[in-house]
Unconditional design. Structure first.
Lengths: 111, 111
């Protein structure tokens, strides 16, 4: 089993749709969590951190469920520009550990 | 502010030739450093990570090696490239519990 697993893609949705991605992690001691966005042939860039109480940034909402060990990303009112691959990232609770990335979920928003 | 430099951006190398990719970080001390590879249409594969000078952890057996001669310098090398070494190589850094920052990546094509 992978340390971090994401919904298999691709997700193809029309503009204006609401779409949700899930990501599960196996290390219950994981400390911090993030969602990254990667455009084609570019490096991943931070989309948002995921806080224990859940957090929102405009059309994007991230949630953490420590009991079930998953994080989620909700995108409301999808735009064409949201088309990208979304990666979840899980960090350990010590500096000796490493960030672990999911394989990503590809989203295509169509007109 | 912190910055990460990775070069070159693209590289075409013949099979059997050596490889050296360099990554340097500015504006932070004692970062965790990472080398990832991404095949076309696939997720990020962690190749190496380092928590300090001379400390390298290898995630997968392969034709590559990594070195960290200075605190903020991370080098990815190969003595003889294989066709299967082609891919998008990304260097990244992070500090305890925080987000990872990526370089712009090197697109390597082995011919």
């Amino acid at each position: 089993r992978k340390e971090v697993e994401q919904d298999p893609g691709p997700f193809n949705v029309p503009e204006g749709a609401t779409v949700a991605f899930n990501c599960t992690y196996s290390n219950s001691a994981s400390q911090s969590f993030f969602w990254y966005r990667q455009d084609c042939r570019k490096e991943p860039k931070l989309l948002m951190s995921v806080y224990s109480s859940g957090n929102e940034d405009g059309r994007f909402t991230a949630q953490l469920n420590r009991a079930s060990q998953y994080i989620s990303l909700l995108i409301r009112d999808s735009k064409l520009s949201d088309s990208a691959t979304y990666l979840c990232v899980v960090n350990p609770n010590t500096n000796a550990g490493k960030s672990t990335f999911g394989d990503g979920t590809t989203l295509t928003v169509k007109p | 502010s912190q910055t990460i430099h990775q070069w070159p951006a693209t590289l075409v190398q013949p099979v059997g030739s050596p490889l050296s990719l360099e990554c340097t970080v500015e504006g932070t001390s004692n970062p965790n450093l990472y080398w990832y590879r991404q095949a076309a249409g696939r997720g990020l594969q962690l190749l190496f990570y380092s928590v300090g000078i001379g400390q390298i952890s290898s995630e997968v057996p392969q034709n590559l090696s990594a070195s960290r001669p200075q605190d903020r310098q991370f080098i990815l090398s190969s003595k003889k490239l294989l066709l299967s070494d082609s891919g998008f190589y990304l260097c990244a850094w992070s500090v305890l519990g925080t987000r990872a920052f990526f370089g712009q990546g090197t697109r390597l094509t082995v011919v």
